[in-house]
Ligand binder design. Structure first.
Ligand code: FAD
Length: 364
């Protein structure tokens, strides 16, 4: 198939809060970034209703509206967009090659902001409203939505660390939190289990699957249908909220074998920068953050990734996950800042005085 070829200084995969913030910064630095929208233009916030914790909106804002504002801000400074998704990447040399069904894109720097998706149960009633009750009592994020469940009875589905953390957090708001778990013991670490067992607002229902979330668009969630995994017996548990806490899957299949990931698949970045171990490839937002998973943190790291890419394109050293710093021309400054390894392998001192002495001794 013939594909259109594009060459860009900065390509951003993803248009959630991380990707669009990176686009705003890169566009204002006159780098004319190209943003690839992917399968969910605007990212995860487009499937939620009220966002109350994004700074700057004292009365809250609807998720889709917030993301529209991000996009318009990026467009205002010259960011370009493609409504397609990346099917293949080759990061073995720069410029990196990215493919969509219609395009071959060469990127001098790449910012990966492809996010992560909450794992869902795949049961009736769980889909976002209006197909289901998502946003009307069904959630996968206690930090985001817990506030809406003041004085309500809710269930948390899952048995790992995420579920225990969500359950404990939700007791700040809910009148009662019931953890429904399909086995007779938890997978969570001991410290998280102990915390949940000690919390007198948390109950447990063991050996039980949630098979349907009940309610209507008018009432929101009114209950959950449960099935005992041992006896097969069905029952209905009345509640006003269901938090699905069975983990997240980072959208990183594209990068398998090319970029370092943790055991779940989250990309590894340097931390104090958003650099991956491939010079010129940066990652930001939920795709590299299994911990905070918030729009504002995603946006913050998007800003960092764009500044890193800008520095890299200016041939300034950018700290990598190893602690070493690398420039676009391939000069590596060791983590202790003592040595510079040149692209041809020659090692010189990074100490200005030593370098000057060396130069005078050699008569330079
Ligand atoms: C229902 C819900 C409610 C939430 N409520 C809140 C809240 O109230 N407050 C809050 O702070 N956080 C909330 N969050 C969390 C917040 O949405 C995320 O932390 C945030 O969206 C992460 O931003 P991101 O840019 O890293 O990734 P995402 O928003 O996940 O965006 C990922 C982007 O990558 C694109 N992409 C993926 N694969 C490809 C590909 N192959 N090619 C091209 N593009 C690709 C997608 O299309 C998407 O545009 C909520 C999440 C959910 C699911």
């Amino acid at each position: 198939m013939t594909r259109n070829t594009l060459h860009k200084e900065v390509v951003i995969i993803g248009s959630g809060p991380a990707g669009l913030t990176a686009a705003i910064y890169a566009a204002r630095a006159d780098l004319k970034p190209l943003v690839i929208h992917g399968p969910q233009p605007g990212g995860q916030l487009t499937i939620t209703t009220e966002v109350e914790n994004y700074p700057g909106f004292s009365k809250g804002i609807q998720g889709p509206e917030l993301m529209q504002e991000f996009e318009e801000q990026a467009r205002r400074f010259g960011a370009e967009f493609l409504v397609t998704y990346i099917t293949e990447v080759d990061l073995s040399e720069r410029p990196f090659t990215l493919r969509t069904d219609e395009h071959e894109i060469e990127a001098e720097t790449l910012i990966i902001a492809s996010g992560a998706s909450a794992k869902w149960l795949g049961i009736p009633g769980e889909a976002p409203a209006p197909q289901g009750l998502g946003g009307l009592g069904v959630s996968a994020c206690a930090t985001c939505d817990g506030f809406f469940f003041k004085g309500k009875s809710i269930i948390v589905v899952g048995g790992g660390d995420t579920a225990m953390e969500e359950a404990n957090f939700l007791t700040r708001y809910a009148s009662r939190v019931t953890v429904v778990h399909r086995r007779d013991h938890l997978r969570a670490s001991k410290i998280m289990q102990d915390k949940a067992f000690r919390n007198d607002k948390i109950d447990f229902i063991w050996n039980t699957d949630v098979t349907e979330i009940l309610g209507t668009q008018e009432t929101g969630v009114t209950g959950a249908r449960l099935k005992d995994t041992k006896t097969g017996e069905d029952s209905v548990f009345p509640c006003e909220g269901v938090f699905v806490a069975i983990g997240h899957k980072p959208n990183t299949d594209l990068f398998k074998g090319q970029l370092k990931m943790d055991e779940v698949g989250y990309l590894i970045t340097a931390g104090r920068t958003m650099a991956t171990e491939i010079p010129g490839v940066f990652a930001c937002g939920d795709v590299q953050d299994s911990f905070y998973r918030q729009a504002v943190t995603a946006a913050g790291t998007g800003c960092m990734a764009a500044i890193d890419a800008e520095r890299f394109l200016d041939n300034l050293p950018v700290p990598m996950p190893s602690g070493d710093e690398i420039t676009m021309e391939g000069e590596l400054v060791t983590a202790d800042h003592q040595l510079i390894v040149l692209p041809d392998g020659e090692v010189i001192s990074n100490n200005a005085e030593a370098a000057t002495e060396g130069a005078s001794a050699s008569g330079d």
